[in-house]
Design a binder for this molecule. Structure first.
Ligand code: ZN
Length: 302
């Protein structure tokens, strides 16, 4: 009876938002965990760590690591409406053995000890909380790769682009990054450059992939990409595989990447808690201009 009453409250509050919106929405009752953007659709953590859900009165009915529709994780009866939100229980970091989980290779984090214990990267990471080991990994299957984590982004957008035939894959994803990217899309619109989304050229990079020095981006042993709070992005509404001509000068080039970076600066000025790195990268033989954005918690520019 209590559960039914709670459901009626949620449905009542959520219904107008669902009617207006093109995509699914976090129920209004949980709006505070939709992030600063209000557009987050996934609650990621350990079973013990999903405290926001508990504070909102949700007791999880699932135990195993995995990606669950919100309704199933919260034990709601099926068919009573869908929020489009997901609850993701992390595979613990300790499931990684010899740099792998199952057949999927991840490698070793700088602060993990072992072979890299004495490296400068390891010493740097050891003294900084933002470089602590990830709590765990999102297990992503072919089926769950299309799960929305927010209005504009899906789990698969952030996967390391290697090992194409190996599934499941494992992902570190900080929802603060997703929140920042959603706010960036909104800020671009405000600045007179409305975009339908951002292409994630590179999101999470496993340490072993990051060490290969292939593909785009800045290759530091302590890259924020291995901590799941960084992405190299560009708007590509026309789907031609390169940045759109945002400033209307007839060229798709670094100046357009700077438009994106300026919008990211606006986001940081409004939401200092989402501060991090912002950097524009010019085109190379391998990729077009793009913008690195991360949410490490302190301002960084290079
Ligand atoms: Zn980057």
């Amino acid at each position: 009876m209590r559960a039914l009453a709670a459901f009626v409250v949620v449905l009542g509050l959520a219904a107008p938002a669902v009617a207006r919106a093109a995509g699914p929405r976090v129920p209004a009752r949980f709006r505070s965990i939709g992030g600063r953007s209000g557009k987050l659709l996934a609650f990621i953590g350990t079973r013990e760590g999903l405290t926001e859900l508990k504070r909102s009165g949700v007791s999880l009915t699932v135990e195993e690591p995995g990606v669950y529709p919100f309704e199933r994780a919260a034990g709601w009866r099926e068919g009573l409406g869908a929020t489009g939100a997901s609850v993701i229980l992390l595979t613990p970091f300790s499931a990684k053995r010899d740099g792998r989980i199952g057949s999927y290779a991840l490698g070793t984090w700088p602060n993990e000890g072992g072979a890299m214990e004495a490296s400068p990267a390891s010493r740097y990471a050891a003294s900084r909380p933002r470089y602590a080991l990830p709590e765990g990994f999102v297990e992503v299957t072919r089926a769950t790769a299309s799960t929305r984590v927010s209005e504009h982004f899906r789990l698969g957008d952030f996967l390391t682009k290697d090992q194409p035939r190996v599934w499941p894959k494992y992902l570190v994803l900080d929802m603060r990054l997703v929140d920042k990217l959603e706010l960036l899309i909104a800020a671009l619109g405000e600045a007179g450059h409305p975009v339908n989304g951002l292409h994630v050229m590179s999101g999470f990079r496993t340490p072993s992939y990051n060490a290969l020095e292939v593909g785009p981006g800045n290759r530091s042993a302590i890259s924020r990409h291995i901590y799941g709070d960084a992405a190299d992005v560009y708007p590509d509404d026309d789907g031609d595989g390169t940045i759109d001509d945002l400033n209307g000068d007839g060229r798709a080039d670094l100046a357009d990447a700077r438009v994106v970076a300026e919008a990211a600066e606006l986001v940081e000025s409004r939401y200092p808690d989402l501060a991090g790195g912002i950097s524009v990268y010019p085109a190379t033989a391998a990729h077009g201009p793009n913008v690195h954005v991360d949410a490490r918690g302190t301002r960084a520019r290079w």
